[in-house]
Each structure stands twice: as structure tokens, then as C-alpha cells.
Ligand binder design. Structure first.
Ligand code: PLP
Length: 393
């Protein structure tokens, strides 16, 4: 029987926070500097440019000391007015939380129901937008990568639905678990606010929130009536022009961000995205060879950042995760909301490579076996064949 293994590195394979590279940890350990001094101004001015490619934008990016939830709120309060209607899609737990936030802020949410196994439906978006002849819908809110389900929505198709309907609503997109892992194009897809944070594909600890902002969103901000103060873009962008922030920034996280962006640039964003796709494909090969089900049901929407695995009837996904943590010192993601106990999630994003994936999947396979889940032993082998390019050979 396996023994608890407190030594060796912990495998943090939840879909964020993710493993932070040594180089990033070291960069963050530098002394904190004067956030109103010249050295800081040069850091900010460089960073505000360096962060743009990962969003696929040349427009401003606002950085907050916050979690992703804060960045959600910032996107809403900077662009909308009390009573405004927004169109949103029930893709899973996070989309549901974002709806709750919008309602708490006094917005009216038209929520397209979903089964938590598909992305936002571009057909449903087209229908709702076409039906809204008076243009009462002021924003369309989509979670790009639904972290609770491992399903990635097709943002370009949602954009097309807006364009085809000739609808002027803003497009707000949550890229919290996709940024830096999954191909994303703020400008090309005509996104008005892209929401993100530090602790997933950017390979940083939690603590930074982001809004990439279009000119249309900035204009909407001039008349948006929701109350805002800390989240207001205006004073931040104003201070940013001179290389500063209007309140104390998370200096050491910004050092980390500079280093993480350097690592992403060194690998090349196209290679980063290809690596994530390949690891996701290998993971699905393992799941299917085990004889288990991937939660995502649409081949076009499999997440490259994480995979949610459905546990067979009669087994508790949380017990399996507990057993894997206790036996192999590896953390996996829990089922969230209505998926509690019925799925576990394998994070394969961020600072990650082939051998780390092989280790992760080996831990899962051993855990499933120990938990008495009936599986075929070929899962890890199937994944390795994808990694070596020998699958189906
Ligand atoms: N949106 C998505 C897709 C997420 O995955 C998360 C967190 O995991 C959030 C929003 C909330 O972000 P945070 O927990 O950083 O506030």
C-alpha cells in the first residue's frame, strides 16, 4: 500500500492557482521599492506594454491589486448603469457567480440556461440579440474558459452573433483561466472588456486582476451610472500615463508579472497555446482509455487548460481527491456547485511540461485504482502515446 509522501515536490494540479516558476518566485523576492519613484515608473510603463500581447490587444490594460472577482466587478461598474439588462450564459459555476454579482449590483440578467457541459451557445446568442429590437441588452457576458467544467466558449462566434444582429451591446469576457494558456484575441474578436487575473496561465500567485479595455468600453464609462470608486478606470489610467497607480500597487507581484511575461515571450505565445492543447489532448486520451467520461460534450469546446472527469455512479470524487492527496501529495480540483462529488478536475495549465503531465496522470490512475473505481490500466500509456506522437501508430 502507498505511504504518505511529504517529501518531494507537491503536485499542485488544481486549475489555479498554478505552480509558480522558480524564476518568478525569485523575481518577486527583490526588495519592494518606492511606488512613486523613477524606478517604479519605468517598471510600470514597460509592463503596461509587455502585458498587451497576451490579451491580443494594443489597447489599455488596467491592473488592480485584486482577485479575479474584483476584475469582474470592475468590468461591470465601469460600463453599465443600474437596471441595465445583460445577456449571460449558464456555462457553469463561475458564470452563475458572475450573474449573482451582476444582480447584486442592480443589473437585470437574461440568463440563457445551460447543462454545464457546453459553452455559451452562439445560436442562442443570435436569437436573443435578434429578438432585442429595442437594444435593451447593454452587455453580453461570457466566461471564455469555464473553470468548473473544462469547457471553452467560442468567443469569435459570439462576436459574429452580435455583428450579424447589428447589436450595439458591449462584449465582456472572463479569461481568468484561459489567459496565457488558450489562444485569445481581445482586438480581433472585438471584445470590449477582457477580465483576468494572475494565478492561472500567468503563473503568478493570486493578487492581480486585469481589465483590457476597448475604446467603446471607455466611452461607455463616460455615461455609466453604476457607483464606483476603487474600481474606476479613469484615475488609474490617468496615473498610468506617468508610470504610476493612484493607490499602492502590488509591487512584488508586478516584478513577478514582468518575469512571467518574459517566460511566455521566450517560449512564444503560439508554442504556449500548442503545448496546452497537446497536454489537454493527452489527458483526454488517458480519461477515455480508463473508460471514464470527460464532462465537456462538444469536441470544439474542450478546454486546453483543464479537464473535468466524471466519476462513475457510486463513487465520490472528493474521496478520490482526498486519497490522492494523502497518498501522493497531489492536489486536484474539486467539483464545484452542482458538480460537487461527481467530477474532479485535472489542471494542466501554466508552468507545466510532458513529464509533469505524465506524473499527474500516473497519480490519478493510482488513485482511481486505490479508490476501487473500475478502470482500464491503459490510461497513462494512451496519454504517453499522444505525447510521443505515437498514438494510433
Ligand atoms: N472566473 C473564473 C472562470 C474562475 O475560474 C475564477 C476562479 O477560479 C473566478 C472567475 C473568480 O476568480 P477569483 O477567485 O480570483 O476571484
Amino acid at each position: 500500500n502507498p505511504m504518505a509522501q511529504p517529501i518531494g515536490r507537491h503536485f499542485l494540479q488544481i486549475p489555479g492557482p498554478t505552480n509558480v516558476p522558480e524564476q518568478v518566485l525569485r523575481a518577486m523576492s527583490a526588495p519592494t521599492i518606492d511606488h512613486r519613484g523613477p524606478e517604479f515608473a519605468s517598471l510600470t510603463l514597460d509592463l503596461l506594454e509587455a502585458v498587451k500581447p497576451v490579451f491580443g490587444t494594443t489597447q489599455p490594460v488596467v491592473i488592480y491589486p485584486s482577485s479575479g472577482t474584483g476584475a469582474w466587478e470592475a468590468a461591470l461598474v465601469n460600463t453599465l448603469s443600474p437596471g441595465d439588462r445583460v445577456l449571460a450564459f449558464e456555462t457553469g459555476h463561475f458564470a452563475t457567480l458572475w450573474r449573482e454579482m451582476a444582480q447584486n449590483l442592480g443589473l437585470e440578467v437574461e440568463f440563457v440556461p445551460g447543462d454545464w457541459r457546453h459553452g455559451a451557445d452562439p445560436g442562442a446568442a443570435a436569437e436573443r440579440l435578434a429578438a432585442d429590437r429595442e437594444h435593451r441588452i447593454k452587455a453580453v457576458c461570457v466566461v471564455h474558459n469555464e473553470t468548473s467544467t473544462g469547457v471553452t466558449s467560442r468567443i469569435a462566434e459570439i462576436r459574429r452573433a452580435l455583428d450579424d444582429a447589428g447589436h450595439p451591446a458591449l462584449l465582456l469576457v472572463d479569461t481568468i483561466s484561459s489567459l496565457g494558456s488558450i489562444d485569445y484575441r481581445h482586438d480581433e474578436w472585438g471584445v470590449d472588456v477582457t477580465i483576468s487575473c494572475s494565478q492561472k496561465g500567468l503563473m503568478l500567485p493570486p493578487g492581480l486582476g486585469f481589465n483590457a479595455v476597448s475604446q467603446k468600453a471607455l466611452r461607455a464609462g463616460e455615461t455609466a451610472g453604476l457607483r464606483r470608486s476603487y474600481w474606476d478606470w479613469e484615475p488609474i489610467l490617468e496615473a498610468n500615463r506617468r508610470g504610476f497607480f493612484h493607490s499602492t500597487p502590488a509591487t512584488n507581484l508586478l516584478y513577478g508579472l514582468r518575469e512571467a511575461l518574459r517566460l511566455l515571450d521566450e517560449e512564444g505565445l503560439a508554442n504556449v497555446y500548442a503545448r496546452h492543447l497537446r497536454h489537454a489532448e493527452a489527458t483526454r486520451a488517458a480519461v477515455r482509455a480508463w473508460g471514464l467520461e470527460v464532462l465537456c460534450l462538444d469536441e470544439r469546446e474542450h478546454s486546453a487548460a483543464l479537464t473535468a472527469v466524471v466519476v462513475p455512479e457510486g463513487h465520490d470524487a472528493d474521496k478520490i481527491r482526498e486519497l490522492i492527496l494523502g497518498s501522493f501529495n497531489m492536489s486536484l480540483g474539486a467539483g464545484l456547485g452542482k458538480l460537487r462529488g461527481t467530477v474532479f478536475r485535472i489542471g494542466h495549465l501554466g508552468h507545466f511540461n510532458d513529464v509533469a503531465l505524465a506524473g499527474t496522470l500516473s497519480g490519478v490512475q493510482m488513485g482511481l485504482e486505490l479508490a476501487g473505481v473500475p478502470i482500464d490500466q491503459g490510461g497513462v500509456a494512451a496519454a504517453l502515446s499522444v505525447l510521443t506522437g505515437k498514438a494510433g501508430a
